[in-house]
Design a protein around this ligand. Structure first.
Ligand code: ZN
Length: 199
């Protein structure tokens, strides 16, 4: 779970510090995934490059101890967000995180959002402060989305297509032609075109 998010001024990047959940189970070998005992701290805290936020570099930071694998000897532990030896996270990590937030509705998502907000309010990074105000203005609707998982994506997509058709119809003489084109494109009806067999 993400423990805290902070801005590393020296490295000019955003860092999400992650630690394992309590009772997350035994450590596994980074190569073969076999359950192994802990060997040592390894090189301590490690960072994995992850999806950048705009122009800002972002990293995930966590302990990376070594385990004592009977086959591979002392090996850096397996982590869920990166392949063994990779300096960057899997691309799906952030998708997964968003999906997790949406499906694990709940208090914890709301709590995490509020924790992020209280961080963002005091973080002094202008773009995050802007984002803070935008999110606060829409907080209730964002929480509704987290709770119910409903999306207005389909309506937005339909609206965009209709707007595009309207632009294409600027040369039309009458609105009937525009309406006919909208119905043809979005109405789900597929009449046979001249000279072609009906579908
Ligand atoms: Zn192994």
């Amino acid at each position: 779970m993400i423990e805290q998010v902070f801005f590393d001024e020296d490295a000019d990047c955003l860092v999400a510090a992650v630690r394992a959940r309590k009772g997350a189970g035994k450590l596994r070998c980074g190569i073969c995934a076999r359950r192994c005992g802990r060997y040592d701290r390894g090189e301590g805290l490690r960072r994995w490059r992850t999806l950048d936020l705009g122009v800002m570099k972002a990293f995930l930071e966590a302990e990376a101890p070594r385990v004592n694998c009977p086959e591979h000897g002392p090996t850096v532990v397996q982590v869920p967000w990166a392949r063994h030896g990779a300096g960057h996270t899997r691309t799906r990590v952030f998708d997964d995180q968003v999906a997790w937030l949406v499906t694990h509705t709940s208090k914890s998502a709301v709590t995490e959002l509020d924790a992020w907000l209280s961080w963002a309010r005091r973080c002094r990074i202008p773009s995050f402060v802007d984002l803070y105000y935008k999110i606060v203005a829409h907080r209730d609707t964002i929480i509704n989305t987290l709770k119910y998982g409903l999306s207005n994506g389909l309506i937005e997509s339909t609206n965009t297509k209709l707007r595009l058709i309207t632009r294409m119809a600027y040369g039309f003489k009458s609105t009937d032609n525009l309406i006919a084109l909208c119905l043809l494109d979005m109405g789900g009806y597929c009449p046979p075109l001249p000279g072609r067999q009906a579908a």
